[in-house]
Ligand binder design. Structure first.
Ligand code: ADP
Ligand code: TRP
Length: 321
């Protein structure tokens, strides 16, 4: 099965990103044909600082590679290294009814927030469609917020195929409802925009500070506590196996547990869990040319597949004469 997904380069990474999405992608490479890219063209709809975008792109690549993306087992590249995707975007624009884009929630939400929309924001789902169709992707794992964009991609693929024959694989979304929303420090969904995130890669002192900020209830030490409503427990459980989880539950249910102690343990657990990844990330970022080489190899592998599709598209569309 050919699986494809793109991730916008977005500065720091938090536990929600890792447990909600990256871990799953990294697991896919074992048994599926995985295509994974850094969606830096998409990021241009919200980042207008070139330096920040190029630095963010390298960091996003290093993050993924450090966490286990294996460029031998997968095809891993940076979106803008294959400008072919822009050519396909233009072709597909001619199969995209305005109404289809006008109905997109993510676009409408941004307009409702008062953002003055430009064409990039409006055409965002067409570029995303091109990302998917260029590689004849079968399965596209995305979060719930991207579900409608997948429907757009399917609509466009079907419209094009009706006109020109079966050129594109019609992709299936994979929206995993089992991937629970990872809660943040205050119990709401962990998100950069809520300021309630625990970052993966940061100095130890800062990590400890973040964890100490986890919001807890005022149950006194000498009373039993409820793990199911405790924000520390909900985060801690991501790192524990069944047995460890049962042990922790028992401690909650026994009077005497101090939230401060559990926070300290959680801090040490997170620190130790990500320490080897952080080390690898630093190594990758210390050798930017080496990192670029890895991405070039990914680009070349991806280009082979992109060319296969684009040859057909150019021929069908009459762009070869
Ligand atoms: P943020 O909300 O911090 O801006 P992004 O929207 O950049 O996060 O998230 C990138 C991906 O990480 C999303 O597609 C989603 O799959 C995953 N993700 C982010 N936050 C969470 C969370 N709290 N729980 C589960 N998955 C998450
Ligand atoms: N729009 C997606 C997001 O913000 C990222 C993305 C770009 C993507 N192109 C894609 C995801 C193609 C899946 C397939 O999360």
């Amino acid at each position: 099965m050919r699986v494809l997904s793109g991730i916008q380069p977005s500065g720091s990474l938090h536990l929600g990103n890792y447990f909600g999405m990256m871990k799953k992608m990294i697991e896919y490479q074992e048994n599926e044909e995985l295509f994974c890219f850094i969606a830096n063209y998409h990021a241009m709809t919200s980042v207008s600082d070139g330096k920040a975008l190029s630095q963010g792109t390298l960091e996003a690549a290093a993050n993924f590679l450090a966490l286990g993306m294996d460029p031998e087992k997968s095809i891993f590249w940076v979106q803008s290294d294959l400008p072919e995707v822009q050519e396909l975007t233009w072709v597909l624009s001619n199969f995209t009814p305005m109404g289809l884009l006008e109905r997109c929630h993510s676009y409408k939400d941004k307009v409702a927030q008062g953002i003055s929309p430009n064409h990039g924001l409006f055409a965002y789902p067409v570029l995303m469609t091109a990302d998917i169709l260029l590689f004849q992707s079968e399965k596209v794992p995305v979060g719930k917020d991207q579900k409608q964009h997948l429907e757009v991609a399917r609509d466009i693929a079907i419209k094009y195929n009706n006109e020109y024959g079966d050129v594109f694989t019609v992709p299936e979304p994979e929206i995993d409802d089992n991937v629970a929303t990872i809660p943040g420090l205050d119990g709401r969904k962990m998100s950069k925009s809520y300021g309630n995130a625990i970052d993966l890669f940061q100095p130890e002192k800062q990590l400890r500070k973040q964890i100490m900020r986890i919001v807890t209830d005022p149950t006194p030490v000498e009373e039993a506590k409820n793990p199911d409503t405790c924000n520390i427990y909900q985060i801690y459980r991501l790192f524990l196996d069944k047995e460890q989880l049962a042990d922790l539950r028992k401690r909650y249910e026994t009077p005497g547990l101090r939230y401060g102690d559990v926070k300290q343990e959680l801090f040490e657990t997170i620190r130790d869990f990500f320490a080897p990844f952080a080390e690898r990330r630093d190594e990758l970022l210390a050798d930017k040319d080496g990192l670029r080489k890895i991405l070039e190899t990914g680009r070349d592998k991806a280009r082979y597949h992109a060319n296969k599709t684009m040859r057909k598209v150019r021929k069908k569309g009459g762009l070869i004469y």
